[in-house]
Design a protein around this ligand. Sequence first.
Ligand SMILES: [Mg+2]
Length: 383
Amino acid sequence: MKIKTVKSHLISVPLTVKTWTAQEAFSDVSCLLVEIETDNGLQGIGQVAGPNLTLVRDYVQLFGDIIKSMDARSSTVVWEKLFSLTSPRPYGADAIDSLPPPLARTDRLQITAAIGGIDNALWDIKGKASNMPVFRLLGGEASTIPVYATGGYLKKGAPITACVGELKAFIDQGYTAVKLKVGHHTMEEEVERVSATRDAIGDAMLMLDMNACYDLNECIRFAKAVEPFNLTWLEEPLHWYLQPADFAKLAEATSIPLAHGERLYDRFTARDFIENGGIKFIQMDSTRHSGITEHLRIAHMAEQNGIFIAPHLAPEMHGHLVSAFPRAGFIAESHGEPDRNPLWHGGLFAKKAEIKDGYLHLNESAGFGYDINWDFVDKYRVN
Ligand SMILES: [Mg+2]
């Protein structure tokens, strides 16, 4: 079962309302689909999200030429071959082995994303080749996964407590867990938003996504202020440059569990947060970097260290992984508001796992269980 072609499709869908996190603005949602075909007629689709997808597309094309004719079932071998190109090797600069010289350090985020897109497509193929959903390939059993709705993005001009009605509406739709974006307003205003949201949603699970808005001492002060509101986790609490040792100090100082990982590229950086960072939830994203293969390695490491698995977005893929970890698989993430994610709520998928009554319902179709709506892809295609 040899890899015959590797293609990619870049789409960008404009948002009806521009939104902000504490760090960045969103006026559209983009996605790179990686399409791999095998010589026996199977097709796998992997997804990539994240910044600079045109560069990711270039790397997918480069890597496609390298992995052509490799066995599509050998996803770990493919992964290691591509990842090895990020480091020096004997005579690598001369490229005498017909592989490219060591790849640019500055492109690592896009390189690991390209590897991830290819890896995800190969997992889709492996499922189809064995006529099983990926969660069954991984040994999972339950096809119904708890899922939470993320909301509370900033919309300029809206009152600071606009999040209250939005998250309450998610609960009314059947979600039993919601996540609130914080970090844009002053600390006092954020505490007010959290307090008002807790009042509105009763006993439902509530997480905060902080998008790395605080220094260590600021964050300890904030954590103390929101401890009374029964929070499940503080996500990405500290500025981007702070390290596992800083997270460990924060974990010592607050009773609220910490969550982290959506911006870690590989198992080596994740290992240090798992072993020394005091976190209780790991939130890797197979669509941003390194794919299901690396995510699995990290998930096993997390389980060994008593850390729960709560992947970042893409529930139609990540639900399969959560299913395969009956002890440590905690929950999957979705965007609650249709306007914030026209890919999930709109027309990217002709078929996919569905969310109902606070659960993600995986289906029994082979691979990841999704079919792409190619008319939608053509409509929003970026050349
Ligand atoms: Mg986040």
